[in-house]
Design a protein around this ligand. Structure first.
Ligand SMILES: Cc1ncc(COP(=O)(O)O)c(C=O)c1O
Length: 354
């Protein structure tokens, strides 16, 4: 178990998501001391600093602070598409599975999902799915890629695969939006600067509130022109925030300080994946590259939901993701010792001792 709560109760080991992190003391201090202004007037100096730093680190002209990754993706799709077009994406993408069909609702687009075994699309997957303008079909308006691919187990795009897709799309006049909610995890895995991974994408959304550990917030980065238009879509979506420098201040710390330590989360994920693979009845159906592990408990005779409930009763939180599968994520609020303890509990539940 993690350290006790203020009431003295043991805190569960929370591996449900990397969104569950609590702000660090440095983030809380920065939030308390943040210099603020009205961001709808462009007058919040802390937000302005965050947007500029995000754009600089990602190698783009401009950035837009949005409350959520969903809003960042929604604006990214809207910027590059027109009503009645199709968006090509991987079948497990967050965009089409967990964003309340915003691409249809806000942008009037259809998804054209393509399944890739490891969640990593290639240009060869995409070419046959591109639809030209014509009398019978919705033309392709955008290609959306997710790096890392969350529901494929945090898989990472090899840079040359990603670049080939962007080059191919651009030759056809198509744009590429990158859902880089966990792009810093991909950069850590590849040991490359994040701007190299973002270079060929037209817009990139990344989350401060996931592996980077900020309490709230995501960024959309791209050309100055695209981001200026995006600012208006943000307002339409109800995302015009005022003295939001209090949140941007925590985001700046997440952006500057957390990427350096993501390797620890990846090591912890590998530790858990190794332990899971040794437990009779459990399989890990993918390579573990970053901070996400998906595992299958079919041969324990339990459903994912039953397994999750038994873990919870023993102080370990891991969500089921359908059928007999569960998904865990490591993050800075779980230590190596927490992961070792979680591995013991996983083995006990699988053995039917819980
Ligand atoms: C890959 C990916 N994209 C986008 C999002 C959406 O982020 P938010 O929950 O901030 O809307 C998530 C959230 O988990 C995600 O995992």
């Amino acid at each position: 178990m993690s350290e006790p709560t203020e009431t003295g109760a043991a805190r569960p080991i929370d591996l449900r998501s990397d969104t569950v992190t609590r702000p660090t003391p440095a983030m809380r201090r920065a939030m308390a001391e943040a210099e603020v202004g009205d961001d709808v007037y462009g007058e919040d100096p802390t937000v302005n600093r965050l947007e500029q730093r995000a754009a600089q680190i990602l190698g783009k002209e401009a950035g837009l602070f949005v409350p959520t990754g969903t809003m960042g993706n929604t604006i990214g799709v809207k910027l590059h598409t027109r009503h009645g077009e199709e968006v090509i994406c991987e079948a497990r993408s967050h965009l089409i599975n967990y964003e309340l069909s915003m691409l249809a609702w806000f942008s009037g687009c259809l998804a054209r999902p393509i399944h890739a075994l490891d969640g990593i699309l290639t240009w060869a997957h995409i070419i046959p799915e591109i639809r030209p303008h014509g009398p019978h079909w919705a033309p392709t308006g955008l290609i959306e890629l997710e790096n890392t691919n969350n529901l494929a187990g945090g898989s990472v795009y090899p840079p040359e695969v990603f670049e080939e897709i962007c080059d191919g799309a651009h030759k056809l006049g198509l744009k590429v939006h990158l859902d880089g909610a966990r792009i810093f995890n991909a950069a850590t895995y590849l040991n490359r600067p994040v701007d190299q991974l973002a270079a060929k994408a037209d817009t990139v959304m990344f989350c401060l509130s996931k592996a980077l550990g900020a309490p709230v917030g995501s960024l959309l980065v791209g050309t100055a022109e695209a981001i200026a238009r995006g600012r208006l879509y943000r307002k339409r979506l109800g995302g015009g925030m005022r003295q939001v420098g209090v949140l941007a201040a925590a985001g700046l710390i997440a952006l500057e300080e957390t990427p350096q330590r993501l390797g620890e989360d990846h090591e912890n994920a590998r530790l858990l994946a190794g332990a899971l693979a040794r437990i009779p009845g459990i399989t890990v159906p993918h390579r573990v590259e970053t901070n996400i592990v998906i595992f299958d408990v079919e041969r324990t005779g339990l459903t994912g939901a039953q397994f999750s409930a038994r873990l919870k009763a023993r102080g370990v939180l891991i969500n089921a993701v359908g059928g007999t599968r569960l998904r865990l994520l490591t993050h800075y609020d779980v230590s190596r010792a927490d992961c070792e303890r979680a591995a013991e509990v996983l083995a006990e539940v699988a053995a039917g001792h819980a």
